[in-house]
Design a protein around this ligand. Structure first.
Ligand code: HEM
Length: 494
């Protein structure tokens, strides 16, 4: 017969107490035991109260999501099981699949919870235009990203300064990317890549197997990260930076880059290994550059700029292009005629390799989403998105304090826009001057159209194109022309 005593009656009903290894489970059972006299002892409470708190928050959150009336101005909300955590796990695992799944359930506009923050995603070209073309007074990049960019890039640069100042910094860096500089870079890059291939142990096997014709395997991501670091250092940061740098720097960049995850975004100083690695790398890099800056100052030379984001984006893009199933055979078949001597001008006329890069950036852009913090309530024009259920056309409003997120990565593979959107096909950029790809590219570059100066020189807005691998509007990338050239070249050389 089951014996009920004060503390353990429930446990005996369910089985032997030894089965309950977890103190908190025991405490919960005690807490819910109406017959328990001393169930509310201190240890029980210590374990049970947080559990009870989490359970109540979870129930309240379900009720809020499932039962509470919604404001008509609120975009649909993605259902989540865990309060605070929200959809962080699904989003963190695979952001693009998460967006695609949500799109099929909720449409082109929806809000999800990411570690307590509310993010409204607006998909498709209209959604990109809405976020990237928004005024910085309403949609702010600094607020959205400073928590993970400042520990990486350092104080007083990028998002750690007011927008006007950042735009000046952008203009300053862009000034270093003049035609003359780019011309000079070409020879340096050629040198760096050849030196890497001829000297690095990675290619030793293929060298010993017959020089140029030798073959072997290599870790594409690692090699391209290292080459990107070395070429960027040599061209953009100067001789003495390159002379003092070896390929182990790639690891430091990786460690810095590892600090840009959702969890670090939410808790920039969390006691996590990736945060410690980020800080160690930041310190090492700062020490390295401070010595060089001091020397330069002595010579009245000034400045360098940090290279983390472009290192990451560029090496990621090259890495995707290499293993893309069709890349080697496609390039060999189509790009033979492009193997002429290298000059800046010849780099600009490598249509096949250019198409390879465009297509790689279409399918595998290194940045999956671009986020902004909402500084004031913003009404979404009905021309962009409207809730048309029950024939009502309602303005959605994105409240102050939320975040908005655009994902050009989604419009770049949208079946409704691109033919065979999920097929890697560089020919789409070459074969049809009237095709979708060409039109998207023209809208993006808008070479003959209106230009806007946001503070870093006149640029095309490009916010309405379904193809935006380098962002658009005020925060548009300043490295797009440089990097596409460099990438083309690096592939040709490899
Ligand atoms: C394949 C290579 C690259 C890709 C795919 C890429 C992509 C992007 C994207 C999507 C943005 C927009 C970010 C936003 O709107 O918040 C951006 C901005 C930017 N990129 Fe790049 N980038 C690349 C290479 C470079 C290079 C080579 C440089 C420097 C020479 C560079 C410097 C910048 C800067 C300064 C910004 C402005 C950030 C802002 O205004 O908030 N990028 N890039």
């Amino acid at each position: 017969m089951v014996r009920l005593n004060n503390n353990l009656h429930l446990i005996y009903i369910l089985g032997s107490p030894r089965r309950y290894k977890s103190q908190s489970a025991l405490a919960m059972l005690q807490l819910f035991s109406p017959l328990a006299k001393d169930a509310w002892s201190t240890p029980a409470l210590i374990f049970a109260l947080p559990v009870l708190g989490i359970a109540s928050a979870t129930v309240l959150d379900y009720l809020r999501q499932l039962v509470a009336p919604k404001r008509s101005t609120q975009p649909p909300e993605v259902f989540h099981w865990l309060p605070m955590i929200g959809s962080a796990i699904e989003y963190g695992n695979d952001p693009l699949s998460f967006f695609t799944g949500c799109r099929s359930k909720y449409g082109d506009i929806f809000t999800f919870v990411l570690l307590g923050k509310r993010i409204t995603v607006t998909l498709g070209p209209k959604g990109n235009n809405f976020v990237l073309g928004g005024k910085s007074i309403a949609f702010n990049a600094e607020d959205a990203s400073t928590s993970f960019t400042t520990p990486v890039f350092g104080k007083d640069v990028i998002y750690d300064v007011p927008n006007e100042k950042f735009m000046e910094q952008k203009r300053f860096v862009k000034g270093g990317l003049t035609m003359d500089n780019l011309r000079a870079y070409v020879g340096m890059i050629e040198d760096e890549v050849l030196n890497y291939i001829n000297v690095d142990s990675t290619f030793q096997h293929s060298r010993s197997q017959g020089g140029e014709k030798g073959c072997g395997t290599f870790d594409v991501v690692k090699v391209l990260q290292e080459i990107t670091i070395l070429t960027a250092a040599r061209t953009l940061q100067g001789k003495e930076v390159r002379a003092n740098m070896d390929k182990t720097f790639a690891q430091l960049y990786n460690d810095l880059d590892g600090g840009s995850t959702p969890i670090v975004w939410m808790f920039p100083n969390a006691p996590l290994e990736r945060v410690r690695k980020r800080d160690r790398a930041q310190k090492k890099m700062s020490e390295f550059y401070i010595i060089i800056i001091k020397k330069r100052r002595e010579k009245w030379d000034n400045g360098f700029e940090d290279d983390v984001s472009r290192q990451h984006t560029s090496s990621t893009t090259s890495s995707w292009a290499f293993p893309d199933a069709a890349f080697p055979s496609f390039t060999l078949r189509h790009a033979n005629g492009e193997m002429h001597p290298l000059t800046y001008e010849s780099l600009r006329s490598l249509p096949v390799l250019d198409a390879v890069i465009r297509e790689t950036l279409r399918m595998h852009p290194p940045i999956h989403g671009i986020m902004r913090h909402v500084r004031e309530d913003v009404a979404v024009p009905t021309s962009v998105f409207a809730d048309t259920t029950n024939n009502l056309s309602t303005h959605y409003v994105i409240p102050k304090g939320h975040y908005v997120l655009a994902s050009p990565a989604i419009s770049q593979v949208d079946e409704a826009i691109w033919r065979h959107a999920d097929k890697w096909d560089p020919l789409r950029w070459l074969s049809d001057p009237e095709g979708v790809a060409e039109k998207a590219y023209k809208t993006y570059l808008n070479e003959d159209g209106e230009k806007i100066d946001y503070g870093f020189g006149a640029v095309s807005k490009g916010t309405e194109s379904p193809y935006q691998p380098f962002g658009a509007g005020r925060h548009r990338c300043i490295g797009e022309h440089v990097r596409v050239g460099l990438l083309c070249w690096a592939h040709r050389e490899m």
